[in-house]
Design a protein around this ligand. Sequence first.
Ligand code: 7TS
Length: 418
Amino acid sequence: MSTCTTQTAASGRRLDPLLLRAEFPILEQMVHGHPLVYLDNAATTQKPRTVLEALERYYERDNANVHRGVHLLSQRATDAFEAARRKVARFVNASPQEIVFTRGTTEAVNLVAQSFGLQHVQRGDAVLVSHMEHHSNIVPWQLLCERVGAKLLVIPIDDRGVLELDALDRLLSPRVKLLGLVHASNALGTLNPVAEVIRRAHAHGIPVLLDGAQALPHAKVDVKALDVDFYACSAHKVYGPTGIGALYAKKQHLQAMPPWQGGGDMILSVSFAGSKWNEVPFKFEAGTPDIAGAIGFGAALDWVDSVGLGAIAAHEAELLAYATERVRELPHVRLIGTAPEKVGVLSFVFDDVHPHDVGTILDQQGVAVRTGHHCAQPVMERYGVPATVRASFAAYNTRADVDALVDGLRAVREMFRV
Ligand code: 7TS
């Protein structure tokens, strides 16, 4: 591993996945008569008891609207909500004013496209993304480009799923007004050399947005060291609740950007002659936010801190290496995504069995994997497949989970033997 600030950090601590499992009530259940083996963590992770308790405690004791009441419950709700913002900020080394709560990564990217994008991208300009983006870092830019008459340019990837940096250099030009890049690919697992990409883009004065949905749970993110302009993430991929996430943006960007949604909380004053915007980050948080969700997000980051991100990353790297080796041994299997730097995502296809059939047979054995295009259809098109089977790992997975996956895949092979 390199010493890059965003690489999976080496850690002296080791985690015990069996101890951690006990903190996740959902993992105790049986599925189709088998103990649940949950390997769909890139879609969403399960939630530890501390997160579930934080949600329950909020609704049982503190529920009230934030930023507006003088009464005690409203003050407690506001304090907890703002404490969660400070936790998110600390987790990525930002200041709390630079953290906007959103519904998740998707909404964070849309916010940047519709506010910063509309302000900076004009007819004849370009937005640059990579060939390994999730749809949520493609479609918002397509909508913007169609609206203003700009072009979407694409950085190619090689057969392993590694970003082609030489091609990036050729694509960087004064026309490009923003570069959007996935930090870790959900379909391939590739962990991109984001510090280097940001350095090259900034040398041309081009701001960079990173889609951190898959990186935040696995790699140390330091927005200051990266000097990244925008960082989008979702709580539910990092052991937190669904429907909440965050956008980090440099303060000077947030201050210069126009609001993208209007309503309560985002204003200082309103009159029919005109309105004045609230200070950042509230300017971008119109309406009652997902207060419980934000508090749950904070609790999830506390949980990750208590286990240690470095220990989680090291554990997942071990599982990925073991799973890669075992799945490779199976006949007629092709791995999709073999980059040297990866997070815990193993995508593959069988030559002769459709991924959906594989997924259905695995489910019958209690093994939950994702099959499909993973909202990354350009990646599927790049490898000439309609879909892949994807196993993705989290802190609570074990080698026994990988063995159950491989046993299930052997059963698939048996069934489809010709
Ligand atoms: N970006 C990446 C890289 C993702 O993996 C996802 C979700 C998103 C953005 C969108 O996140 P959201 O929280 O706003 O929905 N990825 C997946 C997946 O791989 N399977 O289900 C959702």
